[in-house]
Design a protein around this ligand. Structure first.
Ligand code: MN
Ligand code: ZN
Length: 339
C-alpha cells in the first residue's frame, strides 16, 4: 500500500509500505478515506514540532471504513464509518491511572511518535474507533478531531455560562474553540490580527472582537468586562508572549489555558499569578472526547458540514503542503482524500 512519509523536515515522499494485518490487539482494519492537514502535521513537515520522530507517516485526523474485524471485536462491523483516536497510552502510569492518558508518561501519538493516517490502511484497537454520524461525509468528519481539541481545552477551563472568555487567535484552532465555547453560554471575546477572521468570529457567535494590530488588548478586554478582566482565557495563538498577555487580561480567580508548543522564553513573574490567584493550566491533545463531539453533532448542536476549504488526493500530499505553505488567504481546512 502507499503512504506519505516525512523522512526529515521538508522531505516528503510517497512510499510503499506493507499493508497492516490485524491481530488480537490491533483488531480492526480501517481503509482510510480522508485525512485532515493540521498545524501540527505542518510543524512536523517544517521541522518545528519538537515531539516528532523521523521518518514518520504523518496525519492524525483520520477517518475511514472498517474493512476487517478480528474475533475479539465486540461492537464494530465491516462497513462501519469511523474516526480513529490519535492518542495511544500505556494505561498504568500516574497520568493513565488518573484517567488522563492524553498526557501518559509514555504517550505515543499517531502521526507524531508512531505512524499516522496518511496511508491506505491502518490496523488499530477497536476502542480507538468511533462510529461517525450518518449525516457527515468523510471529508467533513475529519473536523471531529479539531473539535475534540476544543472540547478538551474548554473542559480544562471548566468553562460555564457565567464566564467571560477571551480566545486569543482565530485560526483553525481558535475557531473550533469558539464553536464549542459558544455551547457553554459564556460571553466570548475573540482577538486576532486579521479583520476577515474577526468578521467570521462575529458571524460564528463571538460577542466582541479585538484587532490587535490597532487596538490595545488589555484596555479593550477591560472595557468589555466592565474592568474586571476575562474569567477564562485560552491561547489559540501560541506565540512567544501570548501567555504573559493572557495573564494580563485575565481577572482575579480566572483560568488561563495554554495550548502552545513554543519553547521560547517569555517573561512572567510570581506576583502576576499569586495576586489574582490565577489557575494556569495546559491543555494537550484530547482525552477521550470523540464520543462527546459525535454526540453534539447527533443532537444537532454542532454542524461540521462545509468546513473544508480545499481537497487534494492523498497521493498529491506534497502539492497540498506546498499550497498550505503559500498561506493563501482562502485556506481554512485542507483535507486529503483517498479513493
Ligand atoms: Mn489536529
Ligand atoms: Zn501512561
Amino acid at each position: 500500500m502507499k503512504a506519505i512519509q516525512v523522512k526529515e523536515p521538508y522531505q516528503m515522499a510517497v512510499i510503499d509500505m506493507e499493508k497492516p494485518v490485524i491481530d488480537s490487539k490491533n483488531n480492526v482494519l480501517v481503509k482510510i478515506r480522508a485525512a485532515g492537514i493540521c498545524g501540527s502535521d505542518v510543524g512536523i513537515y517544517h521541522g518545528t514540532n519538537a515531539a516528532a520522530i523521523y521518518p514518520r507517516v504523518i496525519g492524525h485526523e483520520m477517518v475511514g471504513e472498517v474493512v476487517e474485524v478480528g474475533e475479539n471485536v465486540s461492537e464494530l462491523k465491516v462497513g462501519n464509518r469511523v474516526i480513529i483516536d490519535q492518542v495511544t497510552n500505556c494505561g498504568h502510569c500516574y497520568a493513565c491511572r488518573k484517567g488522563r492518558g492524553n498526557v501518559c508518561a509514555d504517550l505515543k501519538v499517531r502521526g507524531v511518535h508512531i505512524d499516522g493516517g496518511y496511508r491506505e490502511y491502518m490496523a488499530v484497537p477497536e476502542r480507538d474507533c468511533y462510529i461517525l454520524p450518518d449525516s457527515l461525509a468523510y471529508e467533513d468528519a475529519v473536523m471531529i478531531e479539531p473539535t475534540t481539541i476544543a472540547i478538551q481545552c474548554c473542559s480544562r477551563a471548566k468553562l460555564c455560562s457565567e464566564d467571560i472568555l477571551v480566545i486569543l487567535g482565530c485560526g483553525a484552532l481558535g475557531s473550533s474553540i469558539l464553536r464549542i465555547a459558544k455551547l457553554s453560554g459564556a460571553r466570548i471575546i475573540v482577538a486576532d490580527i486579521i479583520d476577515d477572521k474577526l468578521w467570521e468570529a462575529l458571524a460564528a457567535g463571538a460577542d466582541y472582537t479585538i484587532n490587535l494590530e490597532n487596538e490595545n488588548f488589555e484596555a479593550k478586554v477591560k472595557e468589555y468586562t466592565k474592568g474586571y478582566g476575562a474569567t477564562v482565557s485560552i491561547d489559540a495563538a501560541c506565540t512567544k508572549d501570548s501567555l504573559s498577555e493572557l495573564m494580563a487580561v485575565t481577572g482575579n480567580a480566572g483560568r488561563v489555558i495554554t495550548m502552545g508548543f513554543s519553547v521560547s522564553p517569555t517573561e512572567i513573574n510570581q506576583f502576576s499569578i499569586t495576586s489574582k490567584e490565577l489557575d494556569i493550566r495546559g491543555s494537550r491533545l484530547q482525552n477521550k472526547k470523540f464520543g462527546e463531539a459525535i454526540r453534539l453533532i447527533e443532537e444537532g448542536k454542532l454542524d461540521l458540514r462545509g468546513s473544508i476549504s480545499h481537497r487534494f488526493p492523498f497521493m498529491e500530499a506534497q502539492k497540498a503542503f506546498d499550497f498550505n505553505d503559500s498561506k493563501d488567504p482562502s485556506i481554512r481546512k485542507i483535507v486529503l482524500t483517498f479513493d
